[in-house]
Design a protein around this ligand. Sequence first.
Ligand SMILES: O=C([O-])CC(=O)C(=O)O
Ligand SMILES: [Mg+2]
Length: 591
Amino acid sequence: MESTFKEIGDRQSVLDLDPKSAVGGGVEDVYGEDRATEDQLVTPWTFSVASGYSLLRDPQYNKGLAFTEKERDAHYLRGLLPPIILSQQLQEKKLMQNIRQYQVPLQKYISLMELQERNERLFYKLLIDNVEELLPVVYTPTVGEACQKYGSIFKRPQGLYISLKEKGKILEVLKNWPERTIQAIVVTDGERILGLGDLGCQGMGIPVGKLSLYTALGGLRPSACLPITIDVGTNNEQLLKDEFYIGLRQRRATGKEYYELLHEFMSAVKQNYGEKVLIQFEDFANHNAFELLAKYRTTHLVFNDDIQGTASVVLAGVVAALKLVGGALAEQKFLFLGAGEAGTGIAELIALEISKQTKAPLEETRKKIWLVDSKGLIVSSRKDSLQNFKKPWAHEHEPVKDLLDAVKVIKPTILIGSSGVGKTFTKEVVEALSSCNDKPIIMALSNPTSQSECTAEEAYTWSKGRAIFASGSPFDPVEYNGKTYVPGQSNNAYIFPGFGLGLIISGAIRVHDEMLLAASEALASQVTKENFDKRLIYPPFSTIRKISAHIAANVAAKAYELGVATRLPRPKDLVKYAESCMYTPVYRNYR
Ligand SMILES: O=C([O-])CC(=O)C(=O)O
Ligand SMILES: [Mg+2]
């Protein structure tokens, strides 16, 4: 960055960023051992610029109309801005007014992405201060539509694209990224974007959105986050025919070709960024997701958000819901629609937790959990034809052809939708579930909203107001029989930002399942009496940074306990430490 500025012109100024002006006394955007590295990179909070003009065009440093008189004098900004000076607060007010004028969610998305590319601190300030309103814009459901149209709304690359063309050169490609200190990577191959299927290279919207949440909800520095899309082609015929499609125009590479590229990628990441860089696998198709996770979890700091992040958030919701409904986890009967990453991932984590609580072997606790896939209930007679990740769930039972029949014979207390297919919790299904439960727990997890197994309104109406309901994408509160019901959002966004923060502040080098249980426990413990009184099983997103600090602390504590934390000595108060490490996007003063 420094050299770029130096090269542009002959005039130079030194931007001296005053650490005292930042909330947290200047420790805000550095973590543990990386603190030294980061300080070296910007020592002492200084970098050179050629002109105010380039300063205004650098999203990391630009403050727009918030540059002070002194800064305008010192950094060649005179005349480049209108005379007025706005506070960050007023800038926020103006932006929110603008965004609210847009009726179409995608327009809001585009304007927020433009802000991110123009003034990063203002983007994050806005997102943090208006998280409940803006989360559905930068994240599900709108991000799904953005990916579908990414080819036409794409303006500037927001992450790294690694395609088959880069085979043999991935290390060089990583070096093209301007930031050297990377702490978190979210990577997709675009094959199963939310419940929308194969969007190929246009899946980039997902790693970009997830990493925005890493910063806004979990406090990671934006510059330490790297979104990556691996492009091995797409099997989406529509995209292949689309003249504006931005990815490789070929069908997906599979088998050896696919795994060699992925292996080169994983090795290059470790070589370039070290073993403490976190790699989050996101929205891979089932057939690769399980294999990649199994292969790399013993050599890299990785987790799969759809398998493990989702599992952790759902377990937390179930534990909280049982406080409303009564009964122990081990007494519940679970039925899933969908036996892919989310379904089997959640099922396994629940079985693990029951096993931990009751000391019963995992093979026994799994028997409380039943899964339905597109061919009906997963039962032992189907075992030979099942994919490996489904086999643990093939219990002894007569074949059952569909979800409705499965609800009738299994009589679950908790129904979980993880199929990626919308409108599958029909009136009959919800009524059958409600006929055997006073307070049926329904989780319709598939995203975006169009793929939700049912809507909040349907769940409350068909259960006659008795359901405890949560969904992957947000729904507005519902009026039913004069009462207002507020649905919960059971989305891995509650977990991954704090989870990642916990891994990073402890210098963890591996992810273990116990760490996911620790995250889940921390989230469930953040549901207050006030939330329960409203029948909420998750705390509101407005308190997410506090929640993330608690999750991070619990995860870090577990990492130390398991001996996979490398940041020594262990900070005494991990919650305080996590909070002190979080990036805050308040403007800094430039001397
Ligand atoms: O992105 C989300 O909203 C949750 C998620 O991981 C998915 O649906 O794949
Ligand atoms: Mg996902």
